[in-house]
Design a protein around this ligand. Sequence first.
Ligand SMILES: Nc1ncnc2c1ncn2[C@@H]1O[C@H](COP(=O)(O)OP(=O)(O)OP(=O)(O)O)[C@@H](O)[C@H]1O
Ligand SMILES: O=P(O)(O)OC[C@H]1O[C@H](OP(=O)(O)OP(=O)(O)O)[C@H](O)[C@@H]1O
Length: 341
Amino acid sequence: MTAAKNQVLRFALPSKGSGYDASLALLESCGLRVVRANPRQYTATLRGLDGVEVLLHRPTEIVEKVAEGGIELGITGYDMVVEQRGDDENLLVILDDLGFWRVELVFAVPQGWIDVSSWRDLADLAAEMRSQGRRLRIATKYPQTVRRFCQEQGITHFELIDSQGSTEAAPSLGYADLIADITETGTAIRDNKLKIVGGPILRSQAVLIGSRRMLRGNEAHLELVRQLLELIEARRRGRLFYSLTANLPGSSLEAVGRDVTARVELAGLQGPTIAPVWSKFAAAGAVPQWYAVNVVVPQEEMLPAIDHLRRIGAVSITTLPVQHVFHAQSEAFVRLCRALG
Ligand SMILES: Nc1ncnc2c1ncn2[C@@H]1O[C@H](COP(=O)(O)OP(=O)(O)OP(=O)(O)O)[C@@H](O)[C@H]1O
Ligand SMILES: O=P(O)(O)OC[C@H]1O[C@H](OP(=O)(O)OP(=O)(O)O)[C@H](O)[C@@H]1O
């Protein structure tokens, strides 16, 4: 009983909103379906990967639970990982680019501060305020990240004001001088008559995190993580490719091969697959013979490859989107094994 429970991999997903939708879409694109008995139930199964229990939590809790080892795997925001457990060696970022929740953590000041446009200006302002016996007040829900960043940039003598929502309103309401908050489109910053100062303090998106303590040495868990990573990586790669099939006349398989590979960048991942076509029109042994050529090319090379195939005589070219491209092994899994030691 205990042994069987130890084999179940607990995988936490954001419980609501865009994070929930995007996580489910990501898994579905890999052929994995989260099956939930009813919307109020906070556990689910993952159809397509037996042995995984899906748990639905808030993104902040996912960071804590994975770091503490209560959950093996989770999807959350990188900003939250850095803020809550930036230097926790037990928390591993397994995939750092899940492609949604793309935001930047930035400083924003009132648009009227025309002399302030860089971090250097902020450092000077903090020093000036200090000489007047005041402190620069920064409203944020990222105190650890902002404090660390300010220290690195020589911005000293500031006060962090805790703000868990509507942070952009803090300067106009008078309880802070500036803010450090995440931005996606910049709308909230502009609508509150603020402007961004300096570059991003942090770039963030959704990440897959894992517990070093719970994964290390657990072969059953690692095998499930490997399968998940294989599917995510191969599907993401697959999306970038098209498979092209064309019929080409030629005097021999070698002659067609030479013509197709004349443009080596359009000739597929390894090279074209070429097979004789049993033509329903020509008599057996007729010359030219017809050959079917199949190449897998990156999406942006699809039209150049079609033009190249046309130039060397291809007719009836068909395309198919590629589902998966598997490499010899999962690169993310190799990195994970290395990190686990
Ligand atoms: N406007 C946005 N656009 C894109 N990503 C965002 C946006 N707002 C927040 N995020 C990202 O979403 C993740 C979850 O943040 P959020 O605090 O909204 O989660 P939550 O706990 O589900 O929300 P709430 O606090 O409203 O319950 C964070 O990593 C953050 O970077
Ligand atoms: O640059 P934009 O596209 O305008 O997005 C930025 C807004 O999104 C986040 O708020 P969220 O929606 O999470 O609500 P919150 O104010 O409760 O944090 C963030 O705190 C900003 O307010």
